[in-house]
Write a protein that binds this ligand. Structure first.
Ligand code: CND
Ligand code: ZN
Length: 375
């Protein structure tokens, strides 16, 4: 029996209030309107950005269905959709690619003007939601909302991937891997033989390490206050790891001594003001490049002396590793299928949507890298 054109009732994890657990609810998912796609989610990862919403540092409109790192299968399409069809394997994109705006047309831009991260409407492009629960409309997160058995996205926020893709792994291409890997290879443009430092060795930080290694960096220093992350970091390419809590000196001074005046490339992959500053100070003042990847707390500013940049440092940031979702994600998935890199080391736990609160607890306590929830 086809579900196309009908409302689908399914299970979803709804966040009704900040700092409260997710509630597993039956939700109604309306059929896709024109230029929209309804997707059966197969697997979704838990990323720290979802937790930033739960704890209120990344404010969104509530109630909401979070989740933005997933893979699934198209269930049905709305009028005028041409890039995907029912049955296609797809990845929802929290950074859309309309291919028409000034940013999409620029070779170096990826934050399409239609992205909802800056708009913060928490709806689809037409300004409404497709989810209802207990008679109330439920908001969308970053136009993806993947902590649900079915979701609806705009066509600009979804991309078809190879039909042989293992969805329970390539879901990481929806955020963590792509963000980290691209921050190294596309945003920083790490060079062969260079020295890199990565602050924060979670799922995104380890993906930066993987990117640095594949770009040919000869020295990759991992920095984390949780030493339990070091073994995994070394497994994926870190040449050494240090814990700021083991030193009396500021960590950028420690790194300056270790690297003869600063690294070539530094990455902040935590989302804290103090480590954003430390990462900037850790790269060489004449030619170092520092990339901000972590999402900092809402409305907090970094104060720096402009002299830090005047000598020649470059300071940049990016979402989604600077990649254009619809152009680049299928290529990354093919690279994965062709064994250019591994995703397994990032996946420490596999669980079900019902266990979402335990999954978030493991992220907060530092016990997991990525927990994949399968439907
Ligand atoms: P996760 O929580 O798994 O990793 C963060 C790591 O930082 C952990 O290993 C912590 O132990 C470590 N840490 C925490 N505090 C400190 C500190 N003071 N000094 C050193 N290490 C510390 O998070 P994740 O890997 O899922 O995400 C990392 C950040 O990246 C987070 O802010 C998330 O919101 C952001 C992000 C950005 C983007 C993007 O497009 N730019 C996409 N997704 C996530
Ligand atoms: Zn993410």
């Amino acid at each position: 029996m086809t579900t196309a054109g009908k409302v689908i009732k399914c299970k979803a994890a709804v966040l009704w209030e900040v700092n409260k657990p997710f509630s597993i609810e039956e939700v109604e998912v309306a059929p896709p309107k024109a230029k929209e796609v309804r997707i059966k989610i197969v697997a979704t990862g838990i990323c720290r950005s979802d937790d930033h919403v739960v704890v209120g540092t990344l404010p969104q409109r509530l109630p909401i269905i979070l989740g933005h790192e997933a893979a699934g299968i198209v269930e049905s399409i709305g009028e005028g959709v041409t890039s995907v069809k029912p049955g296609d394997k797809v990845i929802p994109l929290f950074t859309p690619q309309c291919k028409e705006c000034k940013v999409c047309k620029h070779p170096n831009g990826n934050t399409c003007i239609k992205n909802d991260l800056t708009a913060g409407r928490c709806t689809l492009q037409d300004g409404t939601t497709r989810f209802t629960c207990r008679g109330k409309p439920i908001h969308h997160f970053a136009a993806t909302s993947t902590f649900t058995e079915y979701t609806v996205t705009d066509e600009i926020s979804v991309v078809k991937i190879d039909s042989s893709s293992p969805l329970e792994k390539v879901c990481l291409m929806g955020c963590g891997f792509t963000t980290g890997y691209g921050s190294a290879v596309k945003v920083a443009k790490v060079t062969p033989g260079s020295t890199c430092v990565v602050f924060g060795l979670g799922g995104v930080g380890l993906s930066v390490v993987i990117g640095c290694k594949s770009a040919g960096a000869s020295r990759i220093i991992g920095v984390d206050i949780n030493k339990d992350k070091f073994a995994k970091a070394k497994e994926v390419g870190a040449t050494e790891c240090i814990n700021p809590l083991d030193y009396k000196k500021p960590i950028h001074d420690v790194l300056a001594e270790m690297t003869d005046d600063g690294v070539d490339f530094s990455f902040e992959v935590i989302g804290r003001i103090d480590t954003i500053t430390a990462a900037l100070l850790s790269c060489n003042k004449a030619y170092g490049v520092c990339v901000i990847v972590g999402v900092p707390p809402n409305a907090q500013n970094v104060s720096i002396n402009p002299m830090l940049l005047l000598n020649g440092r470059t300071w940049k940031g990016a979402v989604f590793g600077g990649f254009k979702g619809r152009d680049d994600v299928p290529k990354l998935v093919s690279d994965f299928i062709n064994k250019k890199f591994k995703l397994d080391p990032l996946i420490t736990h596999v669980s079900s949507l019902d266990k979402i609160n335990e999954g978030f607890e493991m992220l907060r306590s530092g016990k997991s890298i990525r927990t994949i929830l399968t439907m």
